[in-house]
Design a protein around this ligand. Sequence first.
Ligand code: ASP
Length: 328
Amino acid sequence: MNLNKPLNALLASVLGVGVLLSGAVNAQNYPDKPVTLVVPFAAGGPTDSIARLIAVPMGKSLGQTVVVENAPGAGGTVASNKVAKAKPDGYMIYIHHMGMATAQALYDKLPYDPMKDFEYIGQVADVPMVLLGRKNLPPNNFKELEAYIKTNKEKVTMANAGPGAVSQLCGLIFQSKLGVRVTTVPYKGTGPALTDLLGGQVDILCDQTTQTIPYIKDNRVKVYGVTTPKRLSALPNVPTLDEQGLKGFDVKVWHGVYAPKGTPKPVLDKINAALKKALADPDVKARLDSSNIDIVPVAKQNGPALQAHLDAEINRWGPIIRKANIPD
Ligand code: ASP
């Protein structure tokens, strides 16, 4: 008989209770210091703007500041990897768009698994995109753009936020449907890419409506189409790419909030409650409405809905991306 067994069992149960207690205490006091919300792109872009918009009310609900940290690189995969490897204590959370799903098909091998290395807190908002050109680019409409690109393809430069970014995905689908390849110029986010488009340093860019509507209305950029199957209420005179011949063009950028795998459930619940409250905030809603951004229904603002959506989107985009033929 092993006489140490009861002692081992006692120790294990005391340690177990200890772990449980410390977990419970952590969750109960959470958060007792600022929470970092990681953004996978540069400051001043669409993902960054949504993050900063929800960070303030989320911080109010949590009773601690939610600090936005930009960790750009490799189309968002640098930040995804950073969060996947972070301590699962609720002090580092993550907002990413549908690049969380598309990166899988755009990279041969990712250093993290989007379906295994995260906890899922909730979906946030859906954002349409627009195809833009610099103000002095010769074509004035989509038909002219198509002809211009076909005769000047080596010359035409298309900005994006790197392989894995939706601007890259949108550009990839655009080029594939047009049957041409242009020169791609990657940035750390579409914030800096839009700055260069406004400055005339690059020719075209697919970007979310988050920042772009005022520039379109002021004629500081040219707009050639919207990426959704329906026209946008904020830009009723801008045709969809689908209606201009790029049949089936349908890109709307969804977003989710994540935490590293193993973050305790009570902590996730607190973050989820803060997220829901932020999305119900009238100022947040008004700001997003003005950019034609739809906050997702409450039924999608939870972990299981985000996880199911991510899974479906990985399956949806894999074949489309492989068919559209590979990243720049
Ligand atoms: N709009 C971006 C993208 O193309 C990223 C960003 O938010 O800057 O994925």
